[in-house]
Write a protein that binds this ligand. Structure first.
Ligand SMILES: Cc1cc2nc3c(=O)[nH]c(=O)nc-3n(C[C@H](O)[C@H](O)[C@H](O)COP(=O)(O)O)c2cc1C
Ligand code: SF4
Length: 1410
């Protein structure tokens, strides 16, 4: 603030008593205290106190009061103004902008002065002080507190008092003279004396006297400060037709507008009418009084009325209005037009803070700004928005309209065309130098290239600016068009609203113009509110389209979908809305590029996999059916008839036949079992129920809810429903349509099922949503179904059964009570079941029957009628490193269309130690492009993972991977998976040793089946069937569950060794040599929400082995698990449960029995971190290593981060290796000195060397989750970076930007990104909902614990914000966040896996219920 200290100083130097109240002034006086030696009596008044009486009490030769003006203050002052106004008092009141409050004082004080600038404030403070002292009257001096920061030129200290005490200037002007004064007090229009005013009111003598006094004081002040002090400054044309009074601060007073003069009064009281009239020339038709009053409650302001009464009797129209901020000249023009047009409303010029105004500069909503960023990234030096909000300031709000923008583009294009022809003319000029000629020639050739045309343009302009060309007309013309040298990408950006509203004149106009302009329309209407829009409007894809749009020489339109309802919409909500729109087919992605047509290429390209797959499948099926009908004409009728009807008919016939059989054999009805299940539990139960029903002689049919039409239920007699609960009390996916139909029927209130007898078994988890207010979600679908069927006339024959995951035996507890009731109701309870119940098919059966992992994979690959493999084969392909997945973003949409899910496959590579060569990197990159979705991922097991590989590409992709000398065998499945190893750049020798060890262990535990080579590489066994496969370690059943091994080298625990079934912790000798390993067993992350039999466990160290013993120790540990692991329940099959069941010592004893020796005692070691060491390191062998940050391991090109391209370029020159880390980052390793600079250059070029991230981000990791992982319940990889953006602000605010906090997220409790060892973790429960865990050990040594069972983003931020702030203040030296949350009492430490559930939900005052 410049004005406040300046006024404070004058007040201090000029007053006998200084009363003040605002803190801003207290500060100013504190710095002035004791200066000069004898200052005024300072009286501080608390804010809100009655200042008026204090001022009255402290009357003196000059009492000054300084304060920031508030409504309350002004109201209190008004009460005492009658007393104050006859005292020598100056009220210096600072305002921000609005004058509404202070103007209330105007009519009650003799003098009211308004300062515009800080310098004015200083000078007027002097003037006001002198005026008050000499006239013994109160002066209100209002000035602006903060805006003007130009330094003030102060009068010297020692001149202030003499000035105040000096006698009146003898040259004081005459009070009645409205003509020019030496002060310019009323200086007429444009500085000319104006004595021609035709209107001549008579002034009130008091006010004339006061005005004279003011002028005298002003004259004296001018003599001191040498700056004019005008009571009413006027500027503009002499013969103005409009006079604009501007009361308040505005730059517009300096504008030059034809026919307009501006008056800025600095004296608002007294304001004799003659002075006002003198400012209104005879030519004037209108006077506009604009005041900076934003909160005026009466219809007219006093000043407006003064002007009206002054000009009374003339033909001048007087208008009033509000003077806002950021006023531009075009806005004034618009206002004048309105006045001309006879509009009589109260006007507004500029923006009134706190209100939305048509003249405010539009702000690009934050979500939409993402598109502008992309465009800026795509066209870095040539992106131009023709309707940019920035133009509003200079061009008025019309600047953002499409017509304006189109006109602007047209003008620019014409100007450029003009430039081109001028340049061409210039090229003909023989007087040009060779160099200039060549530059101009080159520019013509590259004029469409953004950067070259800009660069050459600059060079040309600098040459043409030489004096010698000053007479050359063509050169001058070229120079006048210099801005048009660079080729720019011209964009008009708008929301869908204008493309609809302006219809013919907006979008159509642009297209018809044929101009080379690009239009980006952002559709922001959320799909969920689509009913208010037209669902048939088609939209386009964005990214690639932006490039194509730019390239196309003509108008291009890009429609982008960005659904959000408000600026505050969380990014996750935008993501969900997008998903919804794609799911429902509302947003089909396609591009139409007419320039391709000209090149003989297909102009239409589909970007939407959903539609592409549908189309392909449709065509495949059409081909298939037409071939079928051609070969067997008799089939045609059946093929083309309604497939569903035929199946239903056939089923009914069969049911009827069975029923007839039954009636004759046993008096029991047929039974239909319908189930709805997401995770398979309800399906499993239903299948077992159906088998048991069959064993009781019931003719049983089983189907999912949605496979059976709701209508067809009318014909059923006995139906048993089994449904689980998904989401928040929602039905599972394969029952949603059924539930919709049920709800609709229940609403109609029909008696649909008079003959139906039913019973329901509902499966849920009473603790899934643990808050009391969420209790109604428990088993909601089952309960609703039960009630609604009854309402529809059906008869409940056995009470609703409730299965609860929380029961001792899980959902089996309730089932055991419910099932007998069903048999009783069906009259088969007394049937003796003699046949053994058919066993459900489990993974164990599938493995055993697979012929050493063959199954029918080879046959399945040949079947083109489906994009999937047989369900049992999908279990087997895991052993081959392949997971079948489907795009979950479009799952609902495809189901609604009745087509199978968009199946594709994920392939995971086996790469022990995470090391690969640059050549292998290049090949992986190519595989992702040719066979996958164009990206690949570094996984938490330090290997490559490809997504989106469709069945046809599966085998070629596998062959390409093997061609690169990598394989995928055992990358997933119930075997030992990829062995991971610490990345230890500096210890090159040690790394070489542990890397060799990892490869050795991996090779030792590889499955020996030849199925892999046979299926994928077409390598048949030479001896045919004579040679049988044999699995020496695994046997034909393989392991009960997956098995993971990690090798860690202290002090880094970057592999999270304790998260693995088996961990080797390197023990190094005194000379740095590898001595052997401590062995840790029983680590594992996977959990099932709500199933207390499942828990994470951190590995337990059981001893030490030598390097040579290592692989055999691993083998024996695997063997004991193979033989003792739980093969009945996969959820309880991991080694961690076997160990806890057998006891650690017993397990160890079994291992040692097989080894034939005991393990040595474990040796000491120390870990200090489990995150990666980012940046450059130099190894013992002099080679260099750079640990690069790859957010969540995704290798792709994205705006600002072309990592995929960058790493490809790097791999082409790199002579060392790449090391993938288990934290999903990448080390460019073994860089020789000679290559160092090249590598650094490439890293810099692609910003891959950027490590300027917060410690939080560098320490974070997320699993894949949506859209590919079939188990995902919530977003993870796509969401964690967004969440971190927000938490980062908190962290930075607390000064912890560089502190590492390990934060992890997974989309489900399987825990692929090892969330249970993080200091803070989020585990997906349902879209947008996560369990939040706290208290993990910083170096992966201690499990965390659930702090909140379900939180959403706002809750996460509400919890973390105070917690992090507190941590920053309270932590001890070196204390980690995870440790601190325990010490601070938020959460109890987890000492072992089995105790994971103890004390969950927070401690003490932080308990969830507290
Ligand atoms: C994402 C998700 C959400 C769930 N939401 C609920 C719920 O709102 N209410 C409930 O009672 N159970 C809920 N459950 C528990 C399941 O209904 C229960 O575990 C059931 O046994 C799963 O059966 P399924 O494998 O056939 O889908 C939920 C489970 C999951 C995985
Ligand atoms: S943690 Fe769950 S959601 Fe994430 S990748 Fe693993 S299985 Fe999928």
């Amino acid at each position: 603030m410049v004005a406040v200290p300046a006024v404070a100083r004058i007040g201090y130097l000029s007053s006998d008593v200084l009363v003040y109240s605002s803190p801003a002034f207290s500060e100013a006086y504190a710095s002035l205290a004791g200066f000069p030696s004898q200052g005024p009596k300072l009286v501080s008044v608390p804010q809100g106190a009655d200042v008026g009486s204090t001022i009255v009490r402290n009357a003196s030769n000059l009492t000054s009061f300084t304060a920031i003006a508030t409504s309350q203050l002004v109201n209190r002052l008004i009460l005492h103004l009658a007393d104050i106004s006859s005292q020598s008092v100056v009220l210096h009141l600072a305002v921000e902008n609005d004058l509404s409050d202070v103007l209330l004082l105007r009519s009650a004080v003799p003098f009211f002065i308004l300062s515009q600038t800080s310098q004015d404030a200083h000078d007027n403070a002097l003037l006001a002080s002198r005026l008050a002292r000499l006239e013994k009257k109160a002066v209100v001096h209002v000035f602006y507190a903060s805006q003007d920061t130009t330094p003030v030129d102060p009068v010297a200290d020692d001149k202030v008092l003499p000035f105040l005490l000096s006698k009146k200037n003898p040259h004081s002007p005459s009070p009645t003279n409205g003509q020019a004064t030496p002060l310019g007090g009323v200086n007429g229009v444009n500085g000319h004396a104006n004595g021609e005013a035709t209107i001549g009111p008579i002034d009130d003598p008091t006010s004339a006297q006061l005005f004279k006094a003011y002028e005298a004081a002003a004259l004296d002040t001018v003599a001191l400060v040498r700056r004019p002090r005008r009571a009413l400054a006027s500027r503009g044309v002499a013969e103005a037709q409009t006079v604009v009074f501007l009361v308040g601060r505005s730059d517009i007073a300096t504008a030059e507008i034809d026919g307009v003069s501006f008056v800025t009064p600095s004296l608002l009281s007294p304001l004799p009418p003659s002075k006002l009239v003198s400012l209104v020339p005879a030519s004037a038709k209108n006077v506009i009084v604009l005041e900076q009053v934003y909160r005026w409650s009466t219809k007219w302001t006093p000043l407006y009325l003064d002007v009206v009464s002054a000009v009374q009797g003339s033909n001048v129209g007087v208008h009033d209005g509000i003077l806002g901020e950021n006023v531009s000249q075009p806005q004034v023009l618009q206002l004048l037009q309105k006045v001309e047009a006879g509009e009589s409303s109260r006007f507004q010029l500029g923006v009134v803070p706190g209100t939305s105004s048509t003249t405010s500069i539009p702000v690009v909503p934050k979500h939409e700004a993402a598109y502008t960023k992309i465009l800026q990234h795509l066209f870095p030096d040539r992106f131009e928005v023709a309707n940019s909000p920035d133009l509003v300031a200079t061009q008025g709000d019309i600047a953002t309209t499409p017509e304006f923008a189109l006109g602007r583009v047209r003008g620019q294009l014409e100007a450029r065309q003009q430039l081109i022809s001028s340049v061409q003319d210039l090229l003909q000029d023989p007087s040009l130098s060779v160099e200039l000629h060549s530059l101009l020639g080159k520019w013509v050739l590259v004029k469409d290239d953004g950067s070259k045309s800009r660069q050459l343009g600059k060079e040309i302009v600098s040459q043409l600016e030489q004096d010698s060309f000053s007479d050359n007309f063509t050169v001058q013309q070229v120079l006048s068009l210099r801005d048009r040298f660079p080729a720019v990408s011209r964009w008009i950006i708008g929301s869908d609203a204008w493309s609809y509203d302006l219809g013919a004149s907006g979008l159509h106009h642009a297209i018809a113009s044929q101009l080379d302009v690009n239009i980006l329309i952002i559709d922001t209407l959320p799909y969920s509110s689509r009913n208010s829009g037209d669902p048939h409007r088609r939209k386009q894809d964005v990214l690639q389209s932006l490039v194509e749009a730019d390239r196309f020489k003509g108008p291009s339109v890009v429609l982008a979908y960005l659904p959000y309802s408000s600026e505050a919409s969380p990014a996750l909500e935008v993501l969900k809305e997008t998903k919804l729109a794609v799911d429902a087919g509302y947003w089909p992605l396609y591009r139409w590029d007419p320039s391709k047509d000209a090149k003989g290429q297909e102009p239409f390209s589909l970007d939407s996999d959903a539609i592409k797959n549908d189309l392909r499948q449709f065509l495949d099926r059409q081909n298939h059916l037409s071939q079928l009908t051609r070969s067997t004409p008799a089939l045609a009728a059946e093929v083309v008839s309604n497939l569903g009807d035929t199946i239903r008919e056939a089923r009914k016939k069969r049911a009827q036949a069975s029923y007839n059989d039954l009636v004759s054999a046993l008096d029991a009805p047929p039974l239909l079992v319908l189930y709805a299940s997401d995770g398979g539990a309800a399906e499993k139960k239903s299948k077992r129920l159906a088998n048991r029903a069959k064993a009781r002689g019931l003719s049983t049919t089983i189907a999912t809810f949605d496979a059976f039409t709701f209508e067809a239920l009318k014909d059923e007699e006995h139906v048993v429903f089994v449904t689980s609960t998904a989401g928040q009390g929602e039905p599972p996916q394969n029952g949603r349509n059924f539930f919709k139909a049920l709800n609709a029927a229940a609403l109609r209130g029909e008696t649909l099922f008079p003959n139906l007898k039913y019973s329901i078994y509902a499966m849920g988890d009473s603790h899934y949503w643990p808050r009391p207010e969420d209790a109604h979600y428990y088993n909601k679908p089952g309960k609703e179904l039960d009630a609604k069927l009854e309402r529809l006339g059906a008869e409940r024959v056995a009470d609703l059964g409730l299965g609860d995951d929380q029961d001792a035996d899980g959902s089996e507890t309730g089932y055991k009570i419910w099932e007998p009731k069903v048999w009783k109701a069906l009259g088969v309870d007394s049937v003796e079941v003699t046949e053994a119940e058919p066993e459900p098919i489990t993974n164990e059966h599938i493995k055993a029957a697979s012929g050493y992992l063959r199954g029918t994979i080879a046959e399945g690959l040949e079947d083109t009628s489906t994009g999937a493999l047989a369900p049992s084969d999908t279990q087997l392909t895991k052993f081959h490193g392949i997971y079948q997945q489907d795009d979950r973003d479009i799952r609902d949409e495809r189901q609604a269309q009745g087509v199978e899910p968009a199946y594709s496959f994920m392939i995971r590579v086996r790469m022990p130690g995470g090391v690969c060569t640059p050549q292998q990197w290049l090949e992986m990159d190519q595989i992702s492009d040719e066979h996958g979705n164009g990206t690949f991922k570094i996984t938490t097991r330090a290997t490559f993972q490809f997504h989106g590989i469709i069945k046809r590409h599966l085998k070629p992709a596998m062959q390409d991977i093997n061609r690169a000398l990598l394989d995928t065998l055992a990358a997933c499945g119930d075997v030992n998976r990829n062995v991971i190893t610490s990345s230890i750049p500096s210890l090159s020798t040690l790394h070489a040793q542990v890397y060799e060890f990892s490869k050795e262990v991996s090779a030792h535990l590889l499955p020996r089946t030849t199925a892999y080579h046979e299926i994928w590489l077409d390598k048949k066994l030479i001896a045919g069937d004579a040679l049988k496969d044999f699995e020496p370690i695994y046997g034909e059943f393989y392991l009960p569950r997956k098995f993971k091994i990690a090798v860690a080298v202290p002090p880094t625990n970057d592999v999270d060794v304790f998260a693995n079934d088996l961990g080797f912790i390197a023990i190094v000798g005194p000379n740095g040599e590898l001595k052997g390993f401590n062995v840790s067993i029983g680590g594992g992350m996977g959990v099932t929400h709500g199933n207390k039999k499942t828990y994470p466990r951190a590995g337990s160290v059981i001893g030490f082995c030598t390097v040579e013993q290592g692989k055999y120790v691993a083998e024996k540990i695997v063997l004991v698990q193979r033989d003792h692991g739980n093969r009945v329940d996969r959820k309880n099959a991991r080694l961690k449960y076997t160990i806890d069941r057998m006891g650690l010592d017993n397990y160890k004893a079994e291992v040692e029995k097989l080894l034939g020796y005991t393990l040595q005692p474990a040796r000491p070691y120390t870990f200090d971190r489990n995150i990666d060491d980012f940046g450059w390191h130099t190894g013992q062998d002099g080679r260099h290593h750079f640990m690069m940050f790859v957010e969540n391991g995704r290798i792709q090109d994205e705006p600002g981060r072309d990592f995929k391209s960058g790493l490809k370029e790097l791999a082409r020159v790199h002579q060392g290796t790449f090391r993938l880390t288990a934290n999903q980052h990448l080390m460019i390793s073994d860089v020789p000195e000679s290559e160092l600079q090249t590598v650094k250059d490439i890293l810099r070029k692609y910003k891959m060397d950027n490590l300027d991230f917060s410690g939080l981000r560098l320490s974070s990791s997320a699993c894949v989750a949506f859209p590919t992982c079939g188990l995902a319940m919530a977003e993870s990889e796509r969401y964690l970076p967004i969440l971190i953006d927000k938490v980062e602000k908190v962290v930075e605010g607390a000064g912890l930007r560089h502190d590492s906090i390990v934060m992890r997220m997974t989309g489900c409790p399987n825990g692929c990104a090892r969330p249970y060892l993080a200091e803070v973790a989020f585990v997906g429960k349902a879209p947008g909902s996560y369990a939040m865990l706290l208290g993990g050990g910083y170096y992966g040594q201690r499990l965390n614990k659930i702090y909140r069972e379900s939180v959403t983003e706002p809750e996460i931020l509400a919890i973390l914000t105070p917690m992090i702030k507190r941590y920053a203040l309270e932590r001890k030296e070196g204390e980690r966040f995870g440790d601190w949350t325990i010490r601070a009492g938020y959460i109890a430490p987890t000492t072992e896996g089995r105790l994971w559930y103890d004390r969950l939900g927070g401690e003490g005052e932080w308990r969830e219920s507290a």
